[in-house]
Design a protein around this ligand. Sequence first.
Ligand code: F6P
Length: 349
Amino acid sequence: MRIGILNGGGDCPGLNAVTRAVVLTGRLRHDDDVIGFLDGWKGVLEGAHIPLGVERCRDILTIGGTILGTSRTNPYKIDGGAERAIASIGASGVDALIAVGGEDTLGVASRLVADGVAVVGVPKTIDNDLGGTEVTFGFDTAVQIATDAIDRLQTTAESHHRVIVCEVMGRHVGWIATYAGIAGGAAEILVPEVPFALDEVCARLRRRHERGQFSSIVVVSEGAVPAPGPDADAWERLTAGASSDAFGHARLGGIGAWLADEIEKRTGFESRPTILGHIQRGGTPTAYDRVLATRFGVAAVEAVHDGAFGSMVALRAGEIVRVPIDEAVSQPKRVDLGLVEAVASVFTG
Ligand code: F6P
């Protein structure tokens, strides 16, 4: 067969591990031809692709980013874009496409499947917000990076008796904040799933400091918001007019700096913000992500050979399974509040 692969959306550690697994499995096990579309759906629209041989891919397992490039191009937002994408896929001669991406990329994949294109999905995102799979590759690496950063923030916060607010990514879910916050021993973990009452956060910090803890780490997910009231109104005013991408997602960020400022004003504790930003997406994937990405890549090629189009490979109870792409993109996988309650609430505060 001739198989095309593309990466869409934000990059993520483990993308190259998937590409390697697809190329090695396709070429060595099935004698397939593999090509890589450049920069996600943009490369599909422009007919930009490269041949992917075993030699090109042997040594890319450990490398972060993606050798194929990526973009947030949405063919369905461009006049005639879907028709151009379908024609270009046909002209490239591929029998099937493996789309490696998150909600947006796989949303496009799902629409193309409905339009008759043979696509298999692979779930990718540091945010871990895709449905259908228990984990996406990239998440473990992002959590490790954020945890390492929190460990470092703990020592400087202790030395200066400060509150440090650490803003992490995650878009509208708080998986990275929850895992890194628990792993790093944060005093507060604020996630989008539970709008926070800032005065209560401040009261808990005060109690903690009265008990003799003179420093605190507050981990906040970039999409966390204050509970309805004057703080929510103030935050809304500050973020009104934020720019958005081709999929309609507003650019998030800034809650950490705002919180540090408010916490200092309300408690009198000297506070500083740290925004981890794209550091969480860069560099080499953890061993866990390399293994998961490799398993996904192998499974995606097998799904192509089984004609399982419209499906996405996924992790469930330790096994790689196939689920409908639609199931993965229908709604975001939110943080299990049971985990926040049962674990985080005992150790925070
Ligand atoms: O979806 C991954 C993600 O890293 C989000 O956590 C974040 O909000 C967004 O991408 C940032 O996107 P960009 O790289 O376009 O700034």
